[in-house]
Design a protein around this ligand. Structure first.
Ligand SMILES: Cc1cc2nc3c(=O)[nH]c(=O)nc-3n(C[C@H](O)[C@H](O)[C@H](O)COP(=O)(O)O)c2cc1C
Length: 202
């Protein structure tokens, strides 16, 4: 059987969503998928990045990592999209990437794929769910199949986000991912790979 193609595409300013994306990519590979892990391009002015040490360090550490292109989504059977929460919405860097996909969208090349999202926010009720729902607006316009995790595994009753996977970074924006987060990320990746495999057999 041909392995499913999984694209993990994300924006991260200070590294949290990057760590989530790395875990998803590893879990996707464990589930038998061929994986592309891609960051979207940074668009913020240099001065803005320089004003935040954590942002600056993460930018320097990851600036040579492969950048997302339209082909990464066209190639994929399943796509996981991640962004920090920005006022309850996705970051403009990820939105800008999505907004470059018009040519592929009008040709129907983004449709009939499995999509789900992941996010992080500083505070517990800081807009994680609205960020994921905002992300899914675009997936609906693609004609994508949104495979939100729901409560399809006992881990979801622990991490408690049926819309996707999310992590709270805390007041200093530095709380590391927990075992609970890892379990929810592993479940999300294996679930979208499994559903993509089922769709391939239809
Ligand atoms: C402009 C801006 C808006 C933000 N809005 C929110 C918010 O509405 N709620 C919240 O809890 N955190 C908010 N945050 C905090 C980020 O969500 C948090 O730093 C991020 O998830 C860390 O992810 P990263 O390390 O991958 O960049 C905001 C941060 C910035 C810079």
């Amino acid at each position: 059987m041909t392995p499913a193609n999984l694209a993990v595409i994300y924006y991260s300013a200070t590294g949290t969503v990057h760590a989530m994306a790395q875990r998803l990519a590893a879990a996707g590979e464990k589930s038998g998928a061929e994986v592309r892990l891609r960051q979207v391009a940074e668009l913020a002015p240099r001065e803005a990045i320089a004003s935040n040490a954590a942002w600056s360090q993460h930018f320097d550490r990851t600036k040579h990592e492969p950048k997302a292109t339209a082909d990464d989504i066209v190639w994929a059977d399943a796509v996981l999209l991640g962004s920090p929460t920005r006022y309850g919405n996705i970051a403009s860097q990820l939105k800008q990437f999505l907004d470059t996909l018009g040519p592929q969208w009008v040709q129907g090349l983004l449709a009939d794929k499995v999509y789900a999202g992941f996010t992080a926010s500083m505070t517990k009720h800081g807009g994680q769910e609205s960020t994921l729902l905002a992300l899914y607006n675009t997936m609906h316009h693609f004609g994508g199949i949104v495979a939100a995790p729901g409560y399809t595994d006992p881990v979801k009753f622990t991490d408690g986000n049926p819309y996707g996977v999310s992590h709270v970074t805390g007041g200093n924006n530095d709380l590391p991912l927990t075992e609970e987060d890892y379990a929810a990320l592993d479940h999300l990746a294996s679930r979208v790979v499994k559903i993509a495999g089922k769709l391939a057999r239809v």
